[in-house]
Design a protein around this ligand. Structure first.
Ligand code: BES
Ligand code: ZN
Length: 626
C-alpha cells in the first residue's frame, strides 16, 4: 500500500462502508453515503479512487502532458466497473496492475462534464493504469510562450483545477467528495522546474536523460481532485519564514517576497482561529499575469495572480483568503458544487478575521464593507433562485455559483452566527467544526446538523433568531444579517457626493486615505453621471489611470467605461491586455459591450488579447464579446 497511516484511515473506514474484503482495524464507524454529485460520472458507492500516481512528461512544443495515471481504488466485491471523469483526454490503453489490458470505453460527451471513462475490472485487484495524453486545448492547462512570461526566455505551464477542470488533465473521479492522496513524477526539459500542490521529494529534480529533468511529489493527505495542481517554468524560490516562502519567475522574486513579507505571521494568526495548520509548508506561487483568478488555494502552494503586487501590501487580503482555505475548503470541503458557499463563505469570513488580527479592526471592516456592497450590487442582477446559498446546479456549469452570493452572503451568515452567540462561544465551535470534519467533504445539511448539535443545542430562541432556512433556501439577504458598516467609509461617501455636485478633485479631503477608501470612492462614483471635464480632473489630480493598485485601477476604469470616457481607453486597453484575471475582465468587457461606443473597443482589444488568456477566462469572455 502506498498510503501512509493517516491517509489510509479514511480508506479503511470506507472499506467498512463498502464491505470490501480487507483488513479493517476500526470497525466501529461507518462512512455516510456520499451526496450525489451532478458534476461527476463516478459511482463512488460502487468503486472509488483513493490514490492517484502520475508519471507525466510535459511537451512544450505539442502542448501536451502525456504518460500514465495509476489509480488505486476500493470497491464493493460484486462491482466490475470503474467509472472515471475525463474531458478531451486521449486514452491509449488501460491495464491492470499485472499489465494485462483492460477493456474500456469513453461514453458520449455531456455538456460541461466531458466523458465518462468506463473501465471493465477483473474479479480481483485494486489498481488500474491509464495511459493517456491531454489535448492541447485542455481547459485546466495554459501553455505560455516565452513572450507571455516575465522572463521572456522560457515557456511556462500551469493548471487550474477548480471546479471541474482536473478531468481535462487527469483521468480520475473528479468530484470534491472523492478525496484522493496523490504522488507524481513530472518530466520537463531543463532548465525548467516543476512545483505542485504537494511535498516535493526531489527538491532540485533528478536527471532524466535527453536534456530532461524529473521532479517528484507526494501528497499524503487525501484531497479533492480539484486541488491537484502543477506549474512548470523558470521558477525561483525565496524563503519568507520557517514554513513559508514564495515561488515565482526570477525577475519577479524580490517584488513578490516584499509584498508577501507578512505571510508567516498570517499563518500564525490563522492557526489561532482555525487550529493547527495541517499541511506542513505554506508557500505561494506568483504566476504569470494570465492566471484567471486572484488566487487558488492549492494545498501547500497557493497560486496567486501578480496583480496583487501593489508594492504596499495593500492587496494581501487575497492571501489571507487563500490561506484560510487551508481550513475551510481544503480540510473541510464542499461535498458538491451546490454547497460551494461552505468553501467560500466560511473562507471569506475567516479571511476577514485574519485581516483583523494582523492589521486591525478598521481595515477588516473596510474590506467586509466592500464585500457587502458588492453582494448587494450583484444580487440585484441575479435571478432570485441563484441568490440562495444552497444551489441546484443540475445541468449547469458549477461556475454559475462563483459569485458574491457564495462568498459574501455565505460570510454574512457565518458573521451572523458569530454575533448571535459571541466570539467566546463561536470561536471554539468553529475550531471544533474544522476538527470534526477534517479531511472530509460535507454538504450544507451536515453543516446544519453540526451547528444544531454543537452550537444551538436545543436553544430554540437562538435557532429562531438565526433562521437558517431563510439563508439557505430563500433568495436575498435575510433581515437578520449582521450589519457591516465601516466608519472610515462615511467621509468617503461625503466626498463622493461633493465631487458629484461639482467640487473640484483637488478640493476633496483625501489625505491619509487607504487603498480601500479609494476603491470605495470609485465604486460610489460609478453610478454618478460625471462629465468628461470632471473625469479629466479626477484622473489628472489622482493619477488613477497610472495606479499600481489593480483594484483601484479596475474601479476607475469601470467609472470611465460607464461614462464612455475616451482618454482612459489606452489605460483600459493596457489593463485588459496585461493581465487575464476574469474578475477584472468580465465586468469591463460586459460594460463595453453594452454601448455602440464600447463594442468596437471590446472587439478590438479581445481580438488582440484573447490568445494570452487562460481557457477559464476565454470561455466566459467568448460569450460576452462574440
Ligand atoms: N477557490 C477560489 C477560486 C475559484 C473558485 C476557482 C471557483 C474556480 C472555481 C479562490 O479561493 C478565490 O475565491 N479566489 C478569489 C479571490 C478571493 C480573495 C475572493 C479570486 O480569484 O478572485
Ligand atoms: Zn476562495
Amino acid at each position: 500500500m502506498l498510503l501512509t497511516p493517516r491517509a489510509a484511515l479514511p480508506v479503511l473506514l470506507l472499506c467498512v462502508a463498502l464491505g470490501c474484503a480487507r483488513e479493517t482495524t476500526t470497525a466501529t464507524m461507518t462512512a455516510a453515503p456520499l451526496a450525489p454529485d451532478v458534476h461527476s460520472f463516478a459511482r463512488p458507492a460502487e468503486a472509488r479512487v483513493t490514490h492517484v500516481a502520475l508519471e507525466l512528461q510535459a511537451d512544450f512544443t505539442a502542448h501536451r502532458l502525456g504518460g500514465r495515471a495509476t489509480l488505486t481504488f476500493v470497491r464493493r466485491p460484486d462491482v466490475r466497473q470503474l467509472v472515471l471523469d475525463t474531458r478531451g483526454l486521449e486514452i491509449r490503453q488501460v491495464q491492470d496492475e499485472r499489465q494485462q489490458p483492460l477493456t474500456f470505453r469513453l461514453e458520449p460527451p455531456v455538456e460541461h462534464l466531458g466523458q465518462a471513462l468506463v473501465i471493465a475490472l477483473p474479479a480481483s485487484g485494486d489498481r488500474v493504469v491509464v495511459e493517456y495524453r491531454t489535448s492541447p486545448e485542455a481547459a485546466a492547462l495554459q501553455w505560455l510562450t516565452p513572450a507571455q512570461t516575465a522572463g521572456r526566455i522560457h515557456p511556462y505551464l500551469y493548471s487550474q483545477g477548480e471546479a471541474i477542470l482536473t478531468r481535462t488533465w487527469i483521468p480520475t473521479q473528479d468530484s470534491p467528495a472523492i478525496r484522493q492522496t496523490y504522488e507524481a513524477s513530472i518530466t520537463v526539459p531543463r532548465p525548467l522546474s516543476v512545483v505542485m500542490s504537494a511535498e516535493m521529494t526531489t527538491p532540485n529534480g533528478t536527471d532524466a536523460g535527453n536534456g530532461l529533468r524529473a521532479y517528484k511529489f507526494k501528497m499524503d493527505q487525501p484531497v479533492p481532485p480539484y486541488l491537484i495542481a502543477i506549474a512548470a517554468g523558470d521558477i525561483a524560490f525565496k524563503s519568507l519564514g520557517p514554513r513559508t516562502g514564495v515561488y515565482t519567475e526570477p525577475t519577479m522574486i524580490e517584488r513578490s517576497a516584499h509584498e508577501l513579507e507578512d505571510l508567516e505571521k498570517m499563518v500564525a494568526a490563522a492557526e489561532t482561529l482555525g487550529g493547527p495548520y495541517r499541511w506542513g509548508r505554506y508557500d505561494v506561487l506568483v504566476l504569470p499575469p494570465s492566471f484567471p483568478f486572484g488566487g487558488m488555494e492549492n494545498p501547500r502552494l497557493t497560486f496567486a495572480t501578480p496583480t496583487i503586487l501593489a508594492g504596499d501590501k495593500s492587496l494581501v487580503s487575497l492571501l489571507a483568503h487563500e490561506l484560510a482555505h487551508s481550513w475551510s475548503g481544503n480540510l473541510v470541503t464542499n461535498a458538491t458544487w451546490g454547497d460551494f458557499w461552505l468553501n467560500e463563505g466560511f473562507t471569506t469570513y475567516f479571511e476577514n478575521r485574519i485581516m483583523e488580527a494582523l492589521y486591525g479592526k478598521d481595515r477588516a471592516l473596510m474590506l467586509a464593507s466592500l464585500g457587502r456592497n458588492e453582494l448587494m450590487r450583484e444580487m440585484a442582477d441575479l435571478p432570485p433562485a441563484d441568490t440562495k446559498l444552497s444551489l441546484d446546479l443540475k445541468g449547469r456549469d458549477p461556475d454559475i455559483g462563483m459569485n458574491a452570493v457564495a462568498y459574501e452572503k455565505g460570510a454574512a451568515l457565518v458573521r451572523t452566527i458569530e454575533q448571535a452567540v459571541g466570539r467566546d462561544r463561536f470561536d471554539p465551535w468553529l475550531r471544533g467544526y474544522f476538527n470534526r470534519h477534517a479531511f472530509t467533504s460535507i454538504t450544507t445539511q451536515e453543516f446544519v446538523a453540526d451547528l444544531q448539535q454543537e452550537l444551538i443545542r436545543g436553544d430554540t430562541s437562538l435557532r429562531d433568531a438565526l433562521n437558517l432556512p431563510a439563508w439557505l433556501d430563500q433568495p436575498g439577504l435575510p433581515p437578520n444579517a449582521a450589519p457591516v458598516q465601516s466608519p472610515a467609509f462615511a467621509p468617503v461617501e461625503g466626498e463622493a457626493r461633493r465631487f458629484a455636485q461639482g467640487a473640484t478633485a483637488s478640493s476633496l479631503v483625501v489625505s491619509g486615505w487607504t487603498p480601500q477608501q479609494w476603491q470605495h470612492l470609485l465604486e460610489q462614483l460609478r453610478t454618478v453621471t460625471l462629465t468628461p471635464a470632471q473625469l479629466r480632473d479626477l484622473d489628472a489630480t489622482f493619477r488613477l489611470s497610472a495606479s499600481g493598485n489593480s483594484e483601484i485601477l479596475f474601479a476607475w476604469l469601470r467609472v470611465a467605461v460607464a461614462r464612455q470616457y475616451a482618454p482612459a481607453v489606452p489605460a483600459l486597453e493596457r489593463f485588459l491586455t496585461a493581465q487575464g484575471r476574469r474578475k477584472f475582465l468580465r465586468p469591463l468587457y460586459e460594460d463595453l459591450m453594452q454601448t455602440p461606443w464600447g463594442q468596437p473597443i471590446a472587439r478590438r482589444v479581445y481580438a488582440a488579447a484573447r490568445s494570452s488568456y487562460h481557457a477559464v477566462s476565454t470561455q466566459t469572455i467568448d460569450t460576452i464579446v462574440k
